[in-house]
Ligand binder design. Structure first.
Ligand SMILES: Cc1cc2nc3c(=O)[nH]c(=O)nc-3n(C[C@H](O)[C@H](O)[C@H](O)COP(=O)(O)OP(=O)(O)OC[C@H]3O[C@@H](n4cnc5c(N)ncnc54)[C@H](O)[C@@H]3O)c2cc1C
Length: 279
């Protein structure tokens, strides 16, 4: 139960407060998860970060930077947001939710049915993060989003300041399979790749799966096989993805059905990606 609420005016204040209260404190951004009925967040203290945290979307030399406290709806209103992210933002079907939910909060939560993580990992997004050193100085860092997810525990008190999309040429896409927009998904699939003109193959491929109870994970063996040219067709990819996907049967579908969805979605993205590269 939340017993204390702080409103911080600066990033330093946010991080000082979070350090003081240790694991029982959380950052309050949109509050859609923290204040949700049956939320897994068991914070006793919350620190409202909206005044101090970045709310702007700006173009940079490399691409785009999105402030962590930008809400889904605000991002959808901005024409510079790439199509793959717009699609993922719309997975949150309720406009009321989109008006409150922030992009930084979504990344930090790392739910297995995450709206945005699969496509952000596929797109090789980076996070601008801020920590507080032992002598009270702010430490800024640029962290690949896959590292943030792989080492979740290391970033418990780290503030996400911005989400950086600095690979505008890269293909990225995701699909969320559910019975209705408000229903929990069976599986979420993200796919990203670059095309090598020299080698005539897709490379730097990322295939990201989100499904309970396994969370968000990558199919590293399959990625490697595509990168090495061992997988060259959509049909080969479909089989490999289906074989490697971990899934369980539950009320959202059988394990076989989820594996099938992951395979066909990846095969479709593979074809789309080649078409987009003009092959
Ligand atoms: C009915 C309902 C259904 C939902 N379904 C889904 C779903 O299918 N998929 C999904 O992904 N989410 C779902 N959510 C959860 C939530 O709406 C989104 O994930 C949202 O984007 C979280 O952002 P927020 O700003 O509301 O986070 P908050 O609730 O404010 O915070 C959530 C967590 O993120 C941390 N945090 C927030 N901002 C930062 C930051 N800048 N840096 C570091 N940590 C931070 C907080 O400490 C906290 O642990 C659902 C919520 C509701 C109410």
């Amino acid at each position: 139960m939340i017993k204390a609420f702080y409103k911080a005016d600066t990033v330093k204040e946010i991080l000082t407060l979070i350090t003081l209260h240790d694991s029982k404190a959380g950052f309050l951004a949109g509050g859609t998860d923290i204040n949700r009925l049956h939320s897994q967040s068991k914070y006793e203290t919350v620190i409202d970060i909206n005044t101090a945290c970045l709310q702007e979307i700006k173009k940079t030399d490399l691409g785009l930077e999105i402030g962590a406290c930008v809400t889904f709806e605000r991002a959808l209103e901005d024409s510079s947001i790439p199509a793959y992210l717009r699609k993922a933002l719309r997975y949150a079907g309720s406009r009321t939710l989109r008006n409150m939910a922030t992009i930084g909060g979504n990344v930090a939560l790392q739910r297995s049915d995450s709206y945005l993580l699969p496509v952000l990992i596929a797109a090789k997004a980076r996070l601008k993060t801020i920590d507080l050193s032992e002598n009270g100085e702010l430490i800024e860092d640029s962290v690949p989003i896959r590292e943030y997810v792989e080492h979740k525990d290391m970033f418990q008190h780290t503030l996400i300041a911005r989400i950086c999309l600095d690979k505008p040429e890269r293909f990225a896409a995701s699909e969320r399979f559910c019975k209705s927009i408000q229903a929990p998904p069976s599986i979420v699939v993200g796919f990203g790749a670059d095309y090598s003109e020299q080698k005539k193959i897709l490379h730097n491929v990322r295939i990201v799966i989100g499904t309970a109870p396994y969370g968000i994970y990558r199919l590293l063996k399959v990625e490697e096989a595509v990168n090495q040219g061992a997988i060259q067709t959509a049909a080969e990819l479909e089989k490999a993805v289906s074989d490697e996907t971990k899934a369980i049967s539950d009320y959202t579908g059988s394990d076989k059905y989820k594996k099938y969805l992951a395979g066909t979605a990846s095969a479709n993205f593979f074809t789309e990606c080649l078409a987009a590269s003009g092959r």
